[in-house]
Design a protein around this ligand. Sequence first.
Ligand code: SAM
Length: 223
Amino acid sequence: MKRVPEPEELMADPAQARAYAEADFSESNGLFVELFRRLQPTPFAGHALDLGCGPGDIPIRLARACPAARIDAVDGAEAMLDLARAAAAVDVVLAARIRWSCARIPSPEAMPGRPYDALLSNSLLHHMADPLDLWRAVREAGRPGAAVLVMDLARPADAEGVDRVLDAHAAGAPDVLRNDFRNSLFAAYTVEEVRDQLAAAGIAGMSVEMVSDRHLAVRGRLV
Ligand SMILES: C[S@@+](CC[C@H](N)C(=O)[O-])C[C@H]1O[C@@H](n2cnc3c(N)ncnc32)[C@H](O)[C@@H]1O
């Protein structure tokens, strides 16, 4: 099925950001943290960059799971970061280990603490107007040996596949969320396309595979 890009790169509309923040992504966000833990022999204690952090659930989960980690979390939408700051503020000790920045990827402001020990991103790739911008940011922001985990939806083979995923995972969701989810599935890349992107960006040694019925993940270490 042909890819249909997202109508907007950033999720800057406050109502859209709020609807996204209120959705239950605990299953996929939990999977993301679990995949990251599997990349580390010991609990991660370095400096991580989360690209396209949205309302912050993943950096907050990571900060809880890795009590010695510091995380820079970047998004281009202030509406998302307002929600992220509010969510983190309930735990001041945890909040002190997460630095939120509003910046567009790619830009030097989107990697304020480079070089990082880990590069993370969930559900951003399919939003990028040029996917290579994300991969170049990963390459530039990480030190050699940095852990990489980029997870995103994978584009189904056809429109029926999109409907199957929507019925399985968003049957009772509000219209605004179902619509966002549908757009995301049409905008997502396939495993083969992501492998081609990595080759074009000069990033070697990553595994790219399906990690759920709807998600793919890129995992490995920068050379
Ligand atoms: C679908 S959300 C994912 C949020 C979060 N990572 C999560 O898993 O819940 C994608 C986020 O990427 C942000 N985004 C999209 N393109 C971006 C860009 N070029 N630079 C910075 N942020 C971007 C959007 O504003 C949005 O918050």
